[in-house]
Ligand binder design. Structure first.
Ligand SMILES: [Zn+2]
Length: 321
């Protein structure tokens, strides 16, 4: 399997044995939040040491508007050239674009802002894909509701909960901005993280697949959102778009496994196993699956669809894999 969306510093023999058991390769994703540059060294070195088990995806600094847009784009492109030369196979854009970053006039900067156009053009020229986590689950703009799929996250991270914050862009505005990037740069290979932030209805993802041939999504951290939809409908979606959906879990483990106590490492490996077991049971069997507070019947996808979903689509959409 290829986990095409994870943040995982698993460098111990125990961890590598687990990856071998599950026959896993992991695509580590840098997230440009705060002082993020150490992630580059971490994921780059892990990939160099264990190229059979790891690959990495870089990110880029946001504009701070102290330099011209042109200078900013050149700086980003120089960083990407360096990271691609160092083995990065893709670049990630994060939700702080659209939900946090503001420009010289204090307006929110959306992902289709022209400041990023030279970067997209560069990626097209280089044949490099971009992973975009733009926006949040629709629930983010709705009142907190106990028992809902993302209740845990928004009750603990109120700064990202957008309900009753009319000064922020809406979910629809953020998604429309992302869609405009695909209209303007039709040759850009774009992977929408977390079901492209359209996790609430696979039909919404399908609509974009019909409109944008260079769009794919990963399912990372959205298993619960699929589980609350009708399994038959999700199954039909997975079969109909079997070339466009990538397996990923979004397990977040920034501490190096070699720096953990034995108990911490045991707990991390147990969590890792439980996550992969839940995902593989949901997609691969028709058993009842419980995960993240949801329970659903598994999809029991046909073997060829499962193979694309969990291996070959990642290789197609991230050619460097
Ligand atoms: Zn992630």
């Amino acid at each position: 399997m290829i986990d095409a969306h994870i943040h995982y510093s698993g460098d111990t023999p125990e961890t590598l044995r687990l990856l071998e058991q599950y026959d896993l390769k992991l695509l580590n994703i840098c997230v440009a939040a705060g002082e993020w540059h150490p992630q580059i060294g971490l994921y780059r070195e892990l990939t160099k040491r264990h190229a059979d088990r790891y690959a990495w995806c870089t990110s880029f600094d946001l504009p701070d508007y102290t330099v011209s847009d042109r200078e900013y784009a050149s700086m980003v492109i120089a960083g990407l050239r360096r990271d691609f030369a160092d083995g990065a196979i893709a670049v990630k854009a994060w939700k702080n674009i659209g939900m946090e970053l503001t420009d010289r006039d204090d307006r929110f900067v959306l992902i289709d802002d022209e400041v990023f156009d030279p970067v997209y053009e560069f990626l097209v020229r280089e044949g490099m894909p971009i992973l975009m986590h733009i926006g949040e689950p629709l629930e983010c703009w709705q009142p907190l509701r106990e028992g809902s799929v993302h209740y845990g996250y928004y009750s603990k991270n109120p700064e990202w909960h957008m309900y009753n914050k009319p000064e922020y862009p809406t979910h629809a505005e953020l998604i429309a901005a992302r869609d405009r990037v695909m209209e303007k740069h039709p040759k850009l290979r774009l992977i929408g993280a977390h079901l492209g932030s359209l996790e609430y209805d696979v039909a919404e993802v399908a609509k974009r697949f019909e409109s944008y041939p260079n769009f794919a999504v990963d399912v990372s951290a959205r298993l619960g959102d699929l589980m609350v939809q009708d399994p038959q409908k999700v199954r039909e979606f997975m079969v109909a778009y079997s070339d466009r959906v990538l397996f990923g879990t979004d397990i977040v483990c920034r501490k190096c496994h070699s720096e953990m106590t034995p108990d911490e490492l045991d707990a991390m490996l147990a969590k890792t196993r439980a996550t992969y077991d839940a995902y593989t049971r949901y997609f691969g069997t028709e058993e009842d699956v419980s995960f993240a507070g949801q329970t659903s019947k598994g999809l029991g996808l046909p073997a060829d669809v499962l193979e694309k979903f969990s291996v070959t689509n990642a290789q197609t959409w991230y050619p460097g894999l």
